[in-house]
Design a protein around this ligand. Structure first.
Ligand code: NAD
Length: 283
């Protein structure tokens, strides 16, 4: 019998996690609050499968089998019986805590509760449950079916056994894991990109180099696929401002202090690609 996974939140990330898990043979229950949200999630999955089959990376048979393995629900109690649960709802601590509190009462005592949070300390989510040792971060990247990394994050009380279960789950979906051994703000990936973006913005803001040249320096000098300012535009200048602010507030480390220019760009609506303008222009 297939092992049972529950994914709470059928947005961009939750639908991607459900997809790769179903492809890997897990019986997946995808939960969201409305049929509309579930419909959007399933549409994301179908359009990704269409691209994979077009490119010959998955056969029609493989897709049909994976599709059969996904069921949906609008009630959280559908998670009962899952051996692993991944929460992927909005990045708000109160919403995530209320879900963790509820999940704790719905699943067996051995079930691992994982969060896809990009920045919320896992310890804050574990603390509202009766099983802090069985709570862990599984930080997948977008788009989940394409990105190879999963950042595993230990809360203060996460056990070795839980970390091993999280690794086994992520690797079963074809991902390669890195381990964040201490529950620091921004984990490893958001800390690295924030530090790079903050310094790139400072160099640009103080007239040391143009946005184009700063990005070229990283692409041609370091082999990065994308420069830091183009990355900020793609992620959203507002999203990165929020991330750096969080890390700065927690760490008081000056290297994460958000440059004034980032704040002014957010005030002006120059949020990056989604606004047509950020550090570069996309008109
Ligand atoms: P999203 O806004 O696309 O989706 C969130 C989903 O959660 C929505 O479908 C919403 O209806 C659902 N939801 C909200 N409250 C719920 C509840 N009580 N029960 C069930 N479902 C509920 O968000 P996303 O981009 O998929 O992000 C999800 C998580 O993944 C966040 O913690 C985010 O920080 C993290 N993350 C996002 C990215 C990214 O690039 N988008 C990358 C890595 C990690």
């Amino acid at each position: 019998m297939a092992r049972k996974l529950a994914v709470v939140g059928a947005g961009l990330m939750g639908s991607g996690i459900a997809q790769v898990a179903a492809q890997a043979g897990w019986a997946v229950t995808l939960v969201d609050t409305t049929q509309e949200a579930l419909g959007r999630g399933l549409k994301n999955i179908e359009s990704s499968w269409a691209k994979f089959t077009e490119k010959g990376k998955l056969s029609a048979q493989q897709v049909a089998e994976a599709r059969e393995r996904i069921e949906t629900a609008t009630e959280l109690d559908a998670v009962a019986g899952a051996e692993f649960v991944v929460e992927a709802v909005y990045e708000q601590v109160e919403i995530k805590q209320s879900i963790f509190r509820a999940l704790d009462g719905l699943v067996g005592e051995d079930t691992v509760l994982a969060s896809n949070t990009s920045a919320i300390p896992l310890t804050k989510l574990a603390a509202v449950t009766s099983r802090p040792e069985r709570v862990v971060g599984t930080h997948f990247f977008s788009p989940v079916p394409m990105m190879a990394l999963c950042e595993l994050v230990r809360g203060l009380k996460t056990s070795d056994e839980t970390l091993a279960a999280a690794r086994e789950f992520a690797e079963s979906t074809g991902k390669t894991c890195i381990v964040v051994s201490r529950d620091v703000a921004g984990f490893v990936t958001t800390r690295l990109i924030s530090a790079l973006v903050v310094e790139a913005v400072r160099l640009y803001e103080s007239g040391v180099a143009s946005a184009e040249d700063i990005d070229l320096a990283c692409r041609l000098g370091f082999g990065h696929t994308m420069g830091p300012l183009a990355t900020a535009d793609l992620t959203g200048v507002d999203v990165l401002l929020h991330a750096t602010e969080n890390i700065y507030t927690e760490s008081r480390d000056e290297k994460f202090a958000p440059p004034e220019l980032m704040r002014r760009m957010v005030d002006a609506g120059d949020l990056g690609r989604k606004a047509g303008r950020g550090f570069h222009s996309y008109d």
